[in-house]
Design a protein around this ligand. Structure first.
Ligand code: ADP
Length: 519
């Protein structure tokens, strides 16, 4: 009865404490995962636009999801083991040394040999694991491209092609993972075999010592000794599996580190100033720029006075967007020249205040899967309903918003796919109206639209440009007829400058472009 009672109490204590241990481990594990994801996301937002033209979206998503889970499963799973098992092993070893130091010395010679063998197999895990995670990135990239390009895939009957591409990727992943898991599963048999072999050797060596009356160990003490020795084997085995796991997780850690350690060159200078008002003019001063070695812009000088509207025109690929993207410092000038606002180099202005002065309406409106209200209020903290409605009215968006089922609280779908092109564009204009910035950048904001919606968007844009300084990139020259100054780009150089009438008079590039567009 007492033995039974003792065992029940002991088992209760054992499971109770085991549960308590995991109870305290759970927030630690999940906390590490949360922190990692937050850090990666934070870094993604900090990194300059240029970083992402070299990276694939799917691969970044794989890092923030799969690699983080991998770290959770491999490293965090082993942490408990890394603390608990050494304690068990040390205690058992102390008792063993106390009982017979000569036998323990013998054991000590053999353990490093076993550790070496297990370590060898474990080290080979990192490379295939890294490869597996890279492959997962490929798979996610393909899924992402497929989902966003679904209409094209269907229209071009490319389902089979996409299927083959996807299957090739999953097959690659399958092979890599097979190789990885075959090796990982070797951990158990290897350590089991080595453990048993060591026990047998100790049994044989210790047994022969006792039979010859050497070593100063009585037979019953030898049995106790073996019990202690045996209690090392299991934690040691678990420890070696943990080493395997950690190796595997380290491959993911490397991939995440690559992101976290990526250098961000576009940052505030230590003595950057906060500048919230725009008073006089923007000056592009001999700007030369290239994304890589070859230069895209050559020695461009432009002055834009406050309150004026300037237009950039020219063939596609002539560098208009590139120049405009230098103003909010999406990229930094590398090859010489400078851009100044009111005489202050933009690299000496705090990024937040620099971008705070600008509104940006891009060719392809960027909307979020959220309500009309939140999409318009995106760039402004604590916007009121009245302000949002006011902005929507200016942008000619109010009419179609109130016609929708839940008005301003209706969801607009992924990237606004429940709306027409013109509606999307007017929504992004409303967002710029609400932000009310002194400087406006419009990148071919009407080029993707039909004539009917273009008219509405044009009116919205004119409302938006009132009393502001605007830089307009335009393909349809009819939309910029009234601009104060038009700059004509050709292969990264400004070849002409003037008002519409002056340039027509000149009979140069601009008048050629105009002729091509009129009937
Ligand atoms: P535009 O706006 O006049 O149509 P862009 O400024 O978009 O012209 O492009 C100018 C040139 O820069 C093009 O030759 C294009 O290939 C190149 N380019 C644009 N973006 C990048 C990028 N992220 N990396 C490398 N080259 C780019």
């Amino acid at each position: 009865f007492y033995i039974g009672l003792f065992m029940v109490v002991m088992v209760f204590l054992k499971v109770g404490f085991t549960y308590l241990a995991s109870f305290f481990m759970v927030p630690l594990r999940n906390g590490v995962v949360r922190k990692l994801r937050n850090n990666i996301y934070h870094k993604l937002l900090m990194l300059p636009i240029g970083f992402f033209s070299e990276e694939r979206k799917g691969d970044i998503m794989a890092r923030i999801t799969g690699d983080v889970s991998e770290i959770e499963n491999s490293i965090m799973n082993s942490i408990e083991m890394l603390f608990k098992n050494p304690i068990l092993i040390v205690i058992s070893l102390v008792v063993m040394v106390y009982m017979s130091w000569s036998l323990t010395l013998f054991v000590f010679v053999m353990l490093p040999v076993a550790a070496l063998i297990t370590g060898r197999v474990g080290r080979t895990l990192k490379k295939p694991s890294r490869k597996g995670q890279d492959k997962m990135g490929d798979i996610l990239s393909t899924i992402d491209e497929t989902l966003s390009g679904l209409p094209i895939v269907k229209a071009f009957n490319a389902e089979d092609k996409m299927n083959r591409r996807f299957e090739a990727e999953t097959t690659d992943y399958y092979r890599t993972m097979n190789r990885l898991m075959w090796r990982r599963d070797l951990a158990h048999p290897v350590s089991e075999f080595l453990g048993t072999a060591i026990i047998i050797i100790v049994l044989w060596y210790g047994g022969s010592l006792i039979l010859n009356n050497e070593g100063g160990l009585a037979p019953e003490d030898f049995m106790t000794y073996l019990v202690f020795f045996y209690s090392i084997i299991n934690p040691a085995k678990a420890f070696s599996s943990a080493v395997y796991s950690v190796e595997k997780g380290l491959a993911s850690m490397d991939r995440i580190d690559q992101l976290l350690q990526a250098e961000n060159k576009i940052v505030d200078k230590p003595d950057a100033i906060a500048k919230s008002t725009f008073e006089q003019k923007i000056v592009f001063n001999k700007v030369t720029f290239g994304y890589r070695e070859d230069k895209i812009l050559h020695n461009i000088s432009i002055e834009i006075e406050k309150g004026k509207t300037v237009a950039f025109v020219g063939k596609s690929g002539s560098g208009k967007t590139t120049l405009v993207n230098l103003l909010p410092r999406f990229w930094d000038i590398q090859n010489g020249g400078s851009i100044c606002i009111d005489g202050v180099d933009i690299r000496d202005i705090k990024l937040k205040s620099l971008r705070g002065m600008m509104g940006y309406v891009s060719q392809e409106p960027v909307l979020f899967n959220d309500t009309f209200f939140n999409n318009i209020a995106f760039g402004v903290e604590n916007a009121s309903m009245e302000q949002v409605v006011e902005a929507a009215k200016v942008a000619h968006a109010h009419e179609f918003i109130v016609e929708s089922a839940e008005g301003y609280q209706s969801n607009i779908g992924d990237r606004g796919n429940k709306l027409s092109g013109g509606q999307r564009q007017r929504l992004s204009i409303a967002r710029a109206v609400l932000k009310n910035p002194p400087i406006l950048i419009l990148d071919e904001a009407t080029s993707a639209l039909d004539t009917e919606s273009e008219k509405l968007v044009q009116v919205a844009l004119e409302n938006l440009m009132k009393n502001r300084t605007s830089i307009v990139i335009a393909h349809r020259l009819s939309t910029i007829k009234n601009a104060d100054s038009i700059f004509v780009f050709k292969k990264g150089v400004v070849v002409e400058q003037g008002t519409h009438d002056e340039l027509i008079e000149n009979k140069g590039e601009y008048s050629k472009l105009c002729k091509m567009q009129s009937f």
